[in-house]
Design a protein around this ligand. Structure first.
Ligand code: ADP
Ligand code: MG
Length: 406
């Protein structure tokens, strides 16, 4: 329903008689009316006040009604105000022109009271409903935008979380890898101390001094070697997690080797044969992120062999080719494959079948985020049969497709 007392109508007509009649009809209905006797004033009022509807004469000295209408329709502030033309001529051409420049209706003069009132009321109602719809649409748009933003934020947090998990795994690898050289350094120091304490070398003789010197040199060399190992591990680790968003040139073969090495530092891969069929490929892209992808896929293949202790031949095959600058990387294993019910879920965050061995279910989520969002590529997974020495095994193949070949 329209609240007529709050509805403001602007009347623009140069004919005082017409003005008077229209004013009378509309005011008696309770509408608030403002009028303009000439078109300049009318345009000024329309642009500087707030109206719910405008009744506009077509033929006036100065600016004509069509021009005023066009001007108002081109201004965001006034474009939604319904404009009804007042015309003496009801010839088709004029009516069409009025609609073309944005008028919603026309009323012919002299006015028929009922018709004028009905048209005014109809267009006020329509305008009110359009406004409501517009508002609703805006609200919906905002809600959609808010939801999308929320999801994006959640994705970001999840990705960060998976990165922390893989960082945690790497730290565990480092700790594991440090244990052996640290023990060796400690043993070497205890050895030296004991020898000195027990006076194992007769330092008074030249022979004894020489033997002691040789002994120390050997031990110091050993210690130096252990320290070098410790240092390399830390460098590898720092390199791996250095947040580097810039694209770099690199050799794919090198990244594959580095990823295997980083993985092998933490776990014993000796029972698994790793086969590489990799073309020499120079790439430009996110090198460290690609390495994280490879480590996750290789680690999953390794994990899949966990309960296959009786299986003789265990293989992971990494293949790579550059086809028209699209890089295809395949990682295959013969560790049994993935159940078909499970297969569609493996990229979901927190999906894991490794409940006993503390799986996080974030590895493949991170992999798919990196491949799809950061590298704008694709990753596919399927169960395959894998043949070694005429024996066929079940296994999994991950196929990565990314741009970046040079
Ligand atoms: N090569 C594979 N062979 C068999 N199952 C796999 C393989 N790779 C992934 N999966 C399955 O996908 C699941 C999700 O992997 P991932 O996201 O890395 O999480 P997580 O390794 O912590 O379980 C694994 O729990 C496993 O069931
Ligand atoms: Mg995993």
């Amino acid at each position: 329903m329209i609240d007529k007392n709050k509805t403001k109508i602007l009347l623009i007509d140069d004919n005082p008689k017409n003005l008077q009649i229209a004013m009378n009809i509309l005011s008696s209905e309770g509408y608030k009316l403002i009028y303009a006797k000439d078109s300049e004033k009318g345009l000024y009022l329309a642009q500087n006040d707030d109206f719910d509807l405008i009744l506009l004469d077509v033929l006036m000295p100065g600016i004509d009604g069509y021009t005023i209408c066009t001007k108002l329709k081109n201004n965001p502030k006034t474009q939604d105000i319904p404009i009804i033309f007042l015309t003496v001529k009801d010839e088709e051409q004029d009516i069409i022109k009025g609609f073309e420049c944005g008028g919603v209706d026309y009323v012919t003069k002299p006015f028929q009271v009922a018709v004028l009132l009905k048209r005014v009321e109809t267009h006020l109602t329509l305008a009110q409903q359009t406004k409501k719809l517009k508002q609703l649409n805006q609200d919906l748009n905002r809600q959609v935008h808010d939801q999308v933003e929320k999801i994006r934020l959640k994705d970001q947090i999840l990705f960060q979380q998976s990165k922390m998990v893989s960082m945690g795994e790497m730290i565990a690898n480092i700790a594991h890898q440090w244990r052996q050289p640290l023990t060796a350094i400690s043993a070497a120091l205890v050895g030296i101390k004991t020898k000195v304490h027990l006076k194992k070398f007769d330092l008074k003789t030249e022979e004894g001094s020489k033997a002691f010197e040789d002994y120390l040199t050997k031990k110091f060399d050993d210690i130096q070697e252990y320290i070098d190992t410790l240092s390399t591990t830390v460098d590898d680790f720092r390199y791996f997690f250095r947040p580097k968003k810039d694209k770099e040139h690199f050799e794919l073969q090198h990244i594959v080797d580095k990823s295997i090495k980083l993985l092998e530092e933490g776990i014993d891969m000796s029972s698994i044969k790793i086969i590489k069929e990799i073309e020499p490929i120079t790439m430009i892209g996110l090198k460290n992120e690609l390495s994280q992808v490879l480590i996750n896929l290789l680690k999953n293949a390794y994990d899949a062999f966990e309960n296959k202790s009786n299986q003789n031949a265990k293989e992971i095959k990494i293949k790579a080719a550059n086809i028209d600058k699209t890089i295809h990387i395949y990682i295959q294993d013969n560790a049994g494959g993935i159940d078909t019910e499970v297969l569609p879920k493996i990229f979901e965050p927190y999906f894991t079948t490794k409940h006993q061995s503390n799986g996080t279910g974030l590895g493949l989520y991170m992999v798919s985020e990196i491949i799809q969002k950061h590298m704008k590529g694709h990753i596919y997974v399927e169960n395959i049969s894998y043949t070694i020495d005429n024996l066929t095994y079940k296994g999994v193949q991950f196929h990565i497709e990314i741009q970046g070949g040079v």
